[in-house]
Design a protein around this ligand. Structure first.
Ligand code: MD3
Ligand code: FE
Length: 216
């Protein structure tokens, strides 16, 4: 008989519900960390990280790249998904198998079977970078969840409601944490506070966030 302290009602719950439809799977991607970072490097060798422009003419503080059939882009013309990387003129890099496996396993763990993302947005935060409150609404079907994976330095995530004025709750997200956003939570405002300086054994001075989407 072995005692598993981290199962069920243990002192360190691995699963937290932060709102209806928003499930945090603490450390779910921890073991896959090195493989995920190698896959990020492979994607970025084909479609480099870049700081995109908002339609309002501001430069985003998080650097971004994408993989999969569709990639999210923003420029003076607006926000949208595109089948080609505007920097390289080529199709976005293919989605690594490890990404697909992790995203579908996490979604299933949260009750969404058969999640097959066609887009993965990769955000890279360096100290001082942040992401203001926004909604993700450029995807076709809001009944599809979004799966997010945090790697490297910790950050404080802000999770609001369906209106920008709804007061957000703060949730710390660390290396290996995976969150599945479905149901009502899928439409809620969210963002992250400014990344603080630090040194992570796998990522050094940065944090990566992968968001898996069914965009098309
Ligand atoms: C809640 N990224 O890429 S991940 C984004 O940490 C984005 O890079 C943040 O917001 C980051 O769009 C937050 C958590 C997250 C991602 C998508 C969501 C929460 C979400 C979509 C709907 C609701
Ligand atoms: Fe978002």
């Amino acid at each position: 008989m072995t005692l598993d302290l981290f199962d069920g009602e243990g002192v360190e719950p691995r699963r937290e519900t932060i709102a209806e439809g928003a499930v945090v799977l603490r450390g779910f991607a921890g073991k896959a960390g090195p493989g995920l970072l190698a896959a990020i490097d492979l994607v970025a060798s084909q479609s480099p990280f870049r700081h995109m422009q908002t339609p309002g003419g501001h430069t985003m503080s998080a650097a971004m790249t994408c993989c999969g059939e569709l990639g999210w882009v923003t420029d003076r013309r607006g926000y949208r998904y595109e089948p080609r990387d505007p920097v390289t003129g080529q199709a976005w890099p293919r989605m690594p198998e490890l990404f697909l496996k992790l995203a579908s396993e996490a979604a299933a763990e949260a009750g969404f079977e058969n999640f097959v993302p066609d887009a993965c947005l990769i955000n890279r935060y360096q100290p001082g970078a942040k992401m203001g409150l926004h909604q993700d609404r450029d995807e076709q079907d809001f009944s599809q969840p979004i799966v997010s994976v945090s790697l490297g330095l910790p950050i404080v995530f802000q999770f609001g409601g369906p209106r920008r004025s709804d007061r957000p709750v703060r949730v710390p997200l660390g290396h290996g944490d995976v969150v599945v956003w479905g149901g009502l939570a899928r439409r809620h405002y969210h963002g992250v506070l400014t990344l603080k300086a630090g040194d992570h054994p796998l990522t050094g001075a940065c944090r990566y966030n992968l968001t898996f989407r069914k965009a098309g």
